[in-house]
Design a binder for this molecule. Sequence first.
Ligand SMILES: N[C@@H](Cc1c[nH]c[nH+]1)C(=O)O
Length: 383
Amino acid sequence: MFLPAGSRDEMGPAVSNRFSVMEKFRKVAVLRGYEQISTPVVEYASTFTNEHVDMKLQNMLKWFNSEGEIEVLRPDWTTSIARALSSQEHKPQKWAYQGSVFNTDRPGVEYHQAGIEILHMPPLMGESESLLMAHSFLKSLGITDYAIELGHTELYESLIQGLDLKSEDAERLRQAMHDKKQDEVYQIALNNGDKKTAEELAALVDAYGGIEVITEYEERWKERKDLLDMLAHLKKVAQTLVESGANDILVDLGRVKNLPYYSGMMYRGFLKKTGAVCFSGGRYDKLYDRYGGHVSAAGLAFDVDVLAELYKEESPMKKVCIIANPESLVYAEKLRQTYEGCIVDVQSETADLDYYDKIVKIKLIDGKYEVFESETDDRTNQR
Ligand SMILES: N[C@@H](Cc1c[nH]c[nH+]1)C(=O)O
């Protein structure tokens, strides 16, 4: 009620868990040498819709400003950060950020991301660092039951070079590939090219599985130096991850880009229990072309809403409630400091007692305050 479709209020653990996830993210990022960056939530639509980025205006929250320009609520951090950093010096940079992104093609409209962008680093280092950072951040949240999926945009893009695709068919083929509709991929490819390419693309739909898929394809593509180089790249990142303890690796050689700016390796993290995507990212060197410089750029963003849902406090702090009245407030405030490492609430007599581990009553006896503590055993602890 009283809110536009998709907007929602949140309260209690839904909010505090999100903040906890964000705090952990910041800590991990700082310890790995990332600097923090923030960009405004309102931007020009053209920052995202120009030919180098090519995001769809129809999915953005937008309006006209007084000069007739279209403005939007930030639909993507990576693009905003590229705009913000376009005039920076060419030296290795690692940036971390967190905040909302807005997109009408998801039910919630506003969702929360925490992400990293790594610039001017040699390609293998950028992708590996993104994924190693993901591994250590998820570990810090106690999340180990997840798989990392690796793909490479240029495998599919190189294979379709053999076709003569008009833009409508190119989009249909990309969608069929994304939906893993093998027959449709084969038919569209055949109608726009030769049988060999159609077969290769249809086979690519099934090029999904463990790291051994890379080895199979090294054999299959042994004459294609360009494709072999990409496989070698994927293999090296996979090895780095496995040797660093992130050993649940999947490979999807037929993966097509989910964002138009990707131009190399792509990766995602899946929670094994629910299949939810908890992070997503990739290489996007060409995004910087708009600002006149070719930049080595890779990164990823975590879905903070997905992670917050899983978040569990490590050891919840004890909750103490001091029962006070306007006269004993000053005394209660002093008393509060004696319960170090606890959450200390001061309430009047009407407090919801089941919520606390300990109730502390203050009584005025012979003109002096005295303290009476009682433990509450069966704490329901839910508000
Ligand atoms: N901006 C991407 C994630 C990303 C960060 N860097 C590269 N990719 C997303 O929203 O999915």
